[in-house]
Write a protein that binds this ligand. Sequence first.
Ligand SMILES: Cc1cc2nc3c(=O)[nH]c(=O)nc-3n(C[C@H](O)[C@H](O)[C@H](O)COP(=O)(O)OP(=O)(O)OC[C@H]3O[C@@H](n4cnc5c(N)ncnc54)[C@H](O)[C@@H]3O)c2cc1C
Ligand code: FES
Length: 257
Amino acid sequence: MIQTKATINFNKKLNAKYYQMSLTCPSIAKGALPGQFIHVDVASKKVFLRRPFSIYKAGGRNIEILYKIIGAGTEALSEKKKNQTLDIIGPLGNGYKTEEINKNDKVVLVVGGTGIASLFFLANRLNSKKLFLIGAKTKTELVNIKELKDIGCNVKVATDDGSKGYKGFVSSLLKKTVKKEKISYIYACGPKPMLKEIARISKSHKIPCQVSLEEHMACGVGVCMGCAVKIKEKESFEYKRACKEGPVFNGQEVIWE
Ligand SMILES: Cc1cc2nc3c(=O)[nH]c(=O)nc-3n(C[C@H](O)[C@H](O)[C@H](O)COP(=O)(O)OP(=O)(O)OC[C@H]3O[C@@H](n4cnc5c(N)ncnc54)[C@H](O)[C@@H]3O)c2cc1C
Ligand code: FES
């Protein structure tokens, strides 16, 4: 875990709400793994705590994040300009496990909203067959699909309003997919109700599944317990910290509440 000043290379607006930012921070870029995140001081008088963002890309001296404006912190981030610096901590969290994945496996990566950031990085590092399912409210919220195709993903889209691709939740699209195709593994990142449903589908089809939880975080480094989630442990459960033991967990071990 490193705390460093990172210089902004670009902070590109992708659509009304989404931005992509590149930061020079060689010490973090070197060791970053898919599923890990950075904790960013957005340097705004209105925002007290750091904000967590998945590492979208890491290579050479740089990392990238992909974020959506939802409040004061992300608003402040969107106003940052090239050559400004941000104080960041990372890489944080455990990241996805991939030891069980072989070249001939078909892996499904399922995302809702900003979950794309976390799973793009994983897709980029996997050399198996990759089906990427993206869920969004409407087509104008979809970003960077070409980048996903460029790294070898077969991309399918689900929109709540049917403006692009399958009409309905991305979890329903997953359900149809696992009925038709032999899937070896599922990875998912997005809102909790979506992850809960994906964990249920993976259990009923006996497909292993890892989920990345976007919990609210305070310290981000394992000290405050603000991000505790209930994880099954034998006949009982124990609290684990999403920022330290997570954010990635076995979907069958999360106690969904
Ligand atoms: C490990 C991790 C990785 C993440 N990766 C990304 C990413 O790659 N891209 C991205 O855009 N966002 C990501 N997030 C979410 C991001 O951290 C929040 O959107 C951000 O902190 C919001 O800050 P804000 O000040 O703009 O909004 P706030 O003012 O803090 O919040 C605005 C509203 O959104 C709700 N909210 C805030 N954070 C969350 C959350 N984590 N889950 C559900 N509701 C929330 C608040 O309750 C409030 O109602 C990630 C979160 C975690 C924990
Ligand atoms: S956010 Fe403080 S322990 Fe996880």
